[in-house]
Design a protein around this ligand. Structure first.
Ligand SMILES: Nc1ncnc2c1ncn2[C@@H]1O[C@H](COP(=O)(O)OP(=O)(O)O)[C@@H](O)[C@H]1O
Ligand SMILES: [Mg+2]
Length: 614
């Protein structure tokens, strides 16, 4: 039995060892398991942290993203999420919005039923709401244009809808700005084309009016001469003559004349046999001619071919002066008020141009208020920042400027009318009342001075014109002299004038006039002839009156060659219509002065006297 015992003992010991071994193995496994568990736990923990972080990150992005409004709604369309951009676009803070129904905050009345229906179709039937442009409302009740997209998601708490709205305001504004810019370019190109057309018309009409007006004046003078008797002395004659001509100011009148090819010996003055009874009719013709001239002057202002003055003016001073004038012409029921800034910068502008602008605008304003109302004139300094110029191909304007605003409380205009007001001959006034040239000339003047004019109008409420003129550094106010009238007196020493003009009738007129005032006259029709004649008769020619726009070499080249060859030659240039820079160029190279057509007898004689005195 002991053998059995021994065996049992051995078996037992074996079991024990195996048990020990098993326990050891289990311990190893357990340890491994624990290690693994620990590892998995770490992974899980890290994943959760990462998820939380990512969640926070996205939440923050969604929360902070500017310009893109993101709102969340539950199945009952109540706000559950409202980012900062939503607050910016719709005006409600998250606190104000959360819990309220979509249709009660940003959906306009007319869209409420549609929104509820679409939301219901989506939640219950899965029909997605299409993305698109919407006009919603903000807290202040103003329209808000957005591009809206929608996302629906299922969560343990039910279905949630997210609306992602992009504010279209900046896009719309940029589009509007682009549209306006395009319109401005088209407008300025159109005006430029009309300007070219009118310049041609003005040129021809100036010559025609110069002839009609000139001969009319001439006939009036002749009659005067007759009534005074042939032996009256020339100064007396002139004093009386200019009375007869009824020139209120030589400046605003035109006279035309014409000249001849050779010298004055060849001229026969028009017969004045039948003149005794014609003075009345002649004055009528003169008046009608003056009206024509006034129209052409405005047209010329529109097409910019006037020489802009380089003199600075005090705008307020001019406004006050013009208001006095206007008050005399407009009905009493129209009241004028002003608010003029006292530290106004100076502007380089011809005061008569400024007067023209103000008169036109105020008279239009008064016309728009037949039952009375208010005109309000305001001035201040301003700064232009890249404002498109009124001329094509001219860069945008920037820098200090003077701002003038003229408003009225009149009947206003609709958009279509406003678009046409600056076109020459556009008028809504009855025939005889409006010419349609007022605003065209205002436009031309403003453009000429590199300024800007804008019109804002509302039917039945009124109109505002805003004008900006580039400012110049403040200067001490310069006295601006209207061109002084030189007392006319006879030309005792028979000076000789060479007139160069391709218009025969103008040569005739000037010839006749000069003869009447004891000048000797030579007329030629081209620059080429002028050079030839001057070369031959330089010793006797005291002054050349040279037209700028002529066929052939033209006035400018002729002037250049005359002065190059005979630097002492005295030349006045004259033109009915010239590019301003040509006139400036002529003056620069030595022309004594510029006589603008149509000119009056007074203008002509004054210009000659001044030039001969130089
Ligand atoms: N202040 C204003 N209020 C309303 N309409 C205006 C005003 N100014 C100008 N208009 C409109 O612009 C048109 C053109 O004006 P304008 O060029 O001065 O010509 P006119 O005065 O001869 O008609 C006018 O006929 C009128 O219809
Ligand atoms: Mg007008």
């Amino acid at each position: 039995m002991s053998g059995q015992k021994e065996f049992n003992k051995i078996e037992h010991e074996k079991d024990y060892d195996s048990l020990k071994q098993q326990i050891k193995t289990l311990e190893g496994k357990l340890h491994k398991y624990i290690e693994m568990e620990k590892h998995f736990y770490d992974i899980q923990k890290n994943a959760a942290t990462a998820l939380r972080e990512s969640d926070n990150r996205f939440k923050k992005i969604i929360e902070d993203v500017s310009e893109i409004s993101i709102q969340g709604y539950n199945e009952d369309r109540e706000v559950i999420f409202w980012n900062q951009a939503s607050e910016k676009i719709y005006g409600y803070t998250a606190k104000e919005a959360v819990g309220r129904k979509l249709e009660d905050i940003i959906i306009p009345e007319a869209m409420k039923d549609t929104v509820k229906y679409l939301h219901h179709r989506w939640v219950d039937h899965g029909e997605k709401i299409p993305s698109g442009e919407l006009t919603l409302v903000n807290k202040a009740g103003e329209n808000v244009h957005v591009f809206s997209s929608h996302v629906m998601q299922k969560t343990p708490f039910g279905k949630e809808m997210f609306c992602i709205d992009i504010d279209l305001k900046p896009v719309k504004e940029a589009e509007e700005e682009k549209r306006q810019l395009r319109e401005q370019i088209i407008q300025s190109q159109k005006m430029e084309a009309v300007g070219t057309l009118t310049s041609g018309i003005a040129h021809d009409f100036n010559n025609i009016l110069q002839v009609i007006g000139g001969f009319t004046d001439y006939l009036i003078l002749k009659q005067s001469e007759k009534s005074h008797g042939a032996d009256s002395n020339i100064s007396e004659k002139q004093g009386d003559i200019f009375g007869k001509l009824d020139h209120t100011s030589g400046k605003n009148r035109t006279i035309s004349g014409n000249l001849e090819k050779n010298d004055n010996e060849k001229y026969d003055l028009p017969s004045s046999d039948n003149d005794s009874g014609n003075l009345f009719e002649l004055h009528k013709i003169r008046k009608a001619t003056d009206r024509g001239i006034a129209l052409i002057r405005q047209l010329m202002l529109f097409s910019r071919k006037t020489i802009p003055a380089k003199t600075s003016v005090k705008i307020n001073h001019e406004i006050e002066h013009v208001i006095k004038l206007i008050k005399m012409t407009i009905p009493r029921m129209v009241n004028i008020e002003t608010n003029l800034s006292d530290k106004l910068l100076d502007v380089a502008i011809d005061p008569t141009h400024l007067e023209q602008i103000l008169l036109n605008l105020c008279i239009n304003a008064a016309d728009a208020m037949p039952e009375g109302g208010n005109i309000f004139i305001e001035t201040s300094n301003a700064t232009l920042n890249n404002v498109p110029s009124m001329e094509p191909d001219v860069p945008p304007l920037s820098g200090p400027c003077v701002f003038i605003s003229i408003s009225d409380t009149g009947h206003g205009m609709d958009k279509e009318t406003v678009q046409k007001i600056f076109e020459p001959f556009f008028t809504t006034k009855p025939i005889g009342k409006g010419t349609g040239l007022g605003l065209a000339s205002v436009y031309g003047i403003v453009k000429n001075y590199k300024g800007i004019i804008q019109c804002f109008s509302e039917v039945n409420r009124g109109t505002t014109f805003k004008i900006f003129f580039p400012a110049i550094a403040n200067t001490r106010e310069k006295q601006i002299h209207q061109s002084e009238e030189i007392p006319l007196h006879g030309n005792k020493d028979n000076r000789t004038i060479l007139l160069v003009d391709d218009e025969e009738s103008i040569r005739d007129f000037v010839s006749n006039t000069l003869k009447l005032f004891n000048y000797r006259f030579i007329g030629v029709s081209s620059g080429e002839d002028a050079l030839k004649v001057y070369e031959k008769k330089q010793h006797m020619i005291d002054l050349v009156i040279l037209d700028i726009s002529m066929p052939g070499m033209g006035g400018y080249r002729c002037l250049k060659e005359l002065l190059m060859e005979w630097p002492k030659c005295r030349v006045i240039i004259s033109s009915g219509y010239s590019e301003e820079n040509v006139i400036e160029k002529c003056i620069k190279i030595g022309a004594l002065s510029y006589l603008s057509k149509p000119y009056t007898i007074t203008d002509l004689l004054n210009a000659i006297r001044k030039a001969l005195e130089k």
